[in-house]
Design a protein around this ligand. Structure first.
Ligand code: PEP
Ligand code: MN
Length: 334
């Protein structure tokens, strides 16, 4: 439920109303917009008498939100959320590129790639330390050592880092990580999501391989319900009957999400297509569709990559894409 307040409502009136709502057993989230202040009510609102509320002098309108996701809902928070990662901002017209290898493989590899993607315009460094691999016999990532190497690359370049978590027990290891990624395979690992709700670090929540937009938003809601509202959604393609591409990039999810939620949306054309030469056209298309950022896999030697070499582009190819990406973004926001 949301209560839209009339202009001119005083802070004291808002505080009194908030206490009243809290006494009814619901929590209150205040959003102060340019034109209006909205109180979003979360919890069991069935006991709240809408007629009584509407009769109050300070209330402009009261609406029930029928969607199952509340805190992630744009009705709850009409303005775009902007997620800050150090000096980098994502959402609300701010655009960021996350780039780097699928997996951290060595000190030399991650530092070299970090320097190259930074020089080409990347705003964040990505790299997997804990890897969710389909086969237990494949490279599983450098794990804690990989996190150390990412931090070294951050120190060397100043780029904030984004890396995937697979187990809630590892949260302490991620203390110095800037953005924690929840991969497609863990989008509905609800116990992990609940634990990530208890911290205040930005979470990059990737769409599950076979999940609807509503299910994805409900996963964001799990994290937000715990108190962490710093969420960036990442469309990375879904499973369809098509086999020429690794997944099918659902670009219509981008404008749909912008209608449904205030959270920023980034697109990963690398996992979405699985084909390095498809990354460039889909990156441009994603930005034209309204993406607030991109996540791109870049490897200095894709043929030798320990993971996802087929979809990785080289630093030179990456450098050839970023200029146009920023231009398209600027054009879309003119
Ligand atoms: C990744 O980003 O390396 C990754 C494993 O992605 P996804 O969860 O989208 O498959
Ligand atoms: Mn990968």
């Amino acid at each position: 439920m949301i209560a839209v307040l009339k202009q001119g409502t005083t802070e004291e009136q808002i505080t009194n109303l908030t206490h009243w709502f809290e006494e009814q057993g619901v929590s209150v989230h205040k959003t102060v917009g340019v034109y209006q202040t909205i109180l979003g009510l979360v919890g069991d609102t069935s006991k709240i008498d809408i007629n009584l509320l509407e009769a109050l002098e300070m209330i402009e309108a009261v609406k029930r939100i029928s969607d199952p996701f509340k805190m992630a809902n744009r009705k709850f928070h009409p303005e775009d959320s902007v997620i800050s990662v150090g000096d980098v901002k994502i959402g609300g017209g701010n655009f960021a590129i996350m780039a780097g290898p699928c997996s951290v493989e060595s000190e030399e590899q991650i530092i070299e790639i970090a320097k190259q993607v930074k020089a080409a315009g990347a705003n964040l460094l990505r790299g997997g330390a804990f890897k969710p691999r389909t086969s237990p016999y494949d490279f599983q990532g450098m794990r804690a050592e990989g996190l150390e190497l990412l931090l070294e690359a951050k120190q060397e370049t100043g780029l904030p880092i984004v890396t995937e978590i697979m187990n809630a027990n590892h949260i302490p290891l991620f203390e110095n990580v800037d953005v924690i990624q929840v991969g497609a395979r863990n989008m509905q690992n609800f116990e992990l999501l609940k634990e990530l709700g208890k911290i205040d670090k930005p979470i990059l929540l990737k769409r599950g391989l076979a999940n609807t937009i509503k299910e994805w938003l409900m996963s964001a809601e799990y994290i937000m319900a715990g108190g962490n509202e710093n969420i960036i959604l990442c469309e990375r393609g879904i499973r369809t009957f098509e086999t020429y591409t690794r997944n099918t990039l659902d670009l219509s999810a981008v404008p749909m999400l912008h209608e449904l939620t205030h959270l920023p949306v980034v697109v990963d054309p690398s996992h979405a297509t699985g084909v390095a030469r498809m990354v460039e056209p889909m990156a441009y298309s994603a930005v034209a569709a309204g993406a607030d950022g991109l996540m791109i896999e870049v490897h200095n030697n894709p043929a030798k990559a320990l993971c996802d070499g087929a979809q990785s582009i080289t630093p030179a190819q990456f450098a050839g894409i970023t200029g146009k990406v920023f231009e398209i973004h600027a054009l879309m926001h003119k």
